[in-house]
Design a protein around this ligand. Structure first.
Ligand code: MTE
Length: 321
């Protein structure tokens, strides 16, 4: 995992000029001419040409900000902002960006309460007071595709420290905005138990890897990525990384997520990335990194075992999936 303080972060425009420089110098590799195969395991066979392929991955690895800590290249801004899961808009990953364009995300409020000593409603200005860091994380979707994303954000633990969870608080429950008028996916998919809800145990939430993200590649988040503020929990399947949060509650019972309600045998509460436990309908042993050919082996806890394995000591992860 890469952790960089805000003062060290390359701004988006600096980043772009650096890329132009690299292109001019001919440093971008042949990997730049890529096809992106987009889809769930069910439509694995279909490939589409990525119109912004030259922005993908092929930058000199000598710049540490261009790879994750395993040396894997970042996905392009275009990939990250045009291939999304956000069911409130649509289940079509390549249409989320179009449908979410212009969705209003300011002003915005996040109510933080429940079993806390200092409940508080946060505005966007309140979030700007947190020190923003860059975190380069792998995002592994339960559908077996993945990306490497340079998020901007701050540890969830810092927000929790402000509201002071009470001793009885065992879980954190997150809720996405519920806006059937503004987001077409609600009416198209009425069978889901909206709003989108997710949860973490308090000790998971306190882990330094768990961040609230407000941007990526040095820019504010776009609506399709969960603007203005979303969770990123890199050792868990992507569906835990809930977008466009409006409510965070400390609770004493395990929250029931939208996915647990929809298919409890397929999507558990823990949802730790685990190549040894298959989804009932497909293998989790490997994944398709967007923008690359072929498949990559999936790593236990998505490569963050050292930081998080202790949270699950003694737990049978095949049962507690
Ligand atoms: N949050 C909400 N509110 N609605 C969603 O449909 N999809 C999840 C997660 N957060 C989702 C969500 C899934 S399945 C994934 S893989 C990630 O968002 C995708 O994040 P990205 O589109 O920014 O890559």
């Amino acid at each position: 995992m890469k952790k960089i303080k805000s003062s060290e972060i390359t701004s988006y425009s600096d980043y772009l000029s650096r890329r132009d420089f690299l292109k001019t110098m001919g440093i971008m590799t042949a990997g730049a001419a890529l096809l992106a195969a987009c889809g769930t395991p069910q439509d694995e066979a279909s490939t589409v040409v990525n119109p912004s392929a030259e922005d993908s991955s092929g930058i000199s690895p000598s710049a540490s900000a261009n790879t994750d800590e395993l040396g894997k290249p970042l996905n392009s801004y275009e990939d990250i902002t045009n291939y999304n899961n956000y069911y409130e808009f649509t289940t079509d990953k390549e249409r989320v960006a179009v449908l979410a364009e212009g969705y209003p995300t300011s002003p915005w409020e996040v109510k933080v309460g429940g079993l806390v000593n200092n409940p508080k409603t946060y505005s966007l200005d309140d979030f700007r007071k947190f020190e923003i860091e860059e975190r380069i994380y792998r995002l592994r979707c339960v559908e077996a595709w993945s990306m490497v994303i340079p998020w901007m954000g701050f540890p969830l633990s810092k927000l929790l420290a402000e509201v002071e969870p009470k001793a009885e608080a065992k879980y954190v429950r997150f809720e996405t905005i519920y806006d059937p008028e503004g987001m077409p996916g609600f009416k198209k998919n009425p069978f889901y138990q909206w709003p989108y809800v997710e949860g973490l145990r308090v000790d998971e939430a306190m882990n330094d890897l768990a961040i609230l993200a407000t941007g990526l590649y040095g820019k504010d988040l776009l609506p399709q990525n969960g603007a203005p503020i979303r969770m990123v929990i890199p050792w868990k399947y992507g569906f835990k990384s809930i977008k466009s949060i409006v409510k965070i509650d400390l609770v004493d019972e395990m929250p029931r997520s939208l996915w647990m309600a929809a298919a409890p045998n397929e999507y558990g509460f823990n949802a730790n990335v685990n190549p040894n436990v298959n989804h009932p309908r497909w293998s989790q042993a490997s994944e398709r990194r967007i923008g690359e050919f072929g498949r990559t082996e999936t790593i236990m806890f998505n490569g963050y075992e050292e930081e998080v394995a202790h949270l699950y000591a003694g737990m049978d992860l095949a049962i507690n999936f």
